[in-house]
Design a protein around this ligand. Structure first.
Ligand SMILES: [Zn+2]
Length: 101
């Protein structure tokens, strides 16, 4: 039992992407726009199109964990949703990171 647990843990950490060393996350298309419309603030995604007024406060977002620096929390919400497995998400996250970094 105990060994089984360790084995599973190792498996998990092998597929998890390491957080980007610069701690800067790319802006990605997420809120429905064909261009990057999501930006990471403190580990959560905010909608750049929700910018209001000249001060530029973002009013939409803050609920979706950032897939790049908050990967675990992101997967807890999105893994196995719409038939997309955790593994597929991790691949997609790496693809997005490479494309938009
Ligand atoms: Zn982030």
């Amino acid at each position: 039992m105990f060994y089984e647990h360790i084995k599973n843990e190792r498996k998990l950490s092998e597929v998890e992407p390491t957080p980007s060393p610069k701690r800067s996350c790319p802006e990605i298309p997420f809120f429905g726009a064909p261009y990057p419309d999501a930006t990471c603030i403190d580990g959560f995604l905010w909608d750049l199109d929700s910018c209001e007024g000249e001060e530029g406060f973002l009013t939409q977002g803050g609920e979706t964990p950032c897939p790049f620096c908050n990967t675990k929390a992101f997967l807890q919400v999105y893994a196995d949703r719409q038939g997309i497995t955790k593994k597929e998400w991790l691949k997609e996250i790496e693809r997005l990171r490479a494309k938009y970094s």
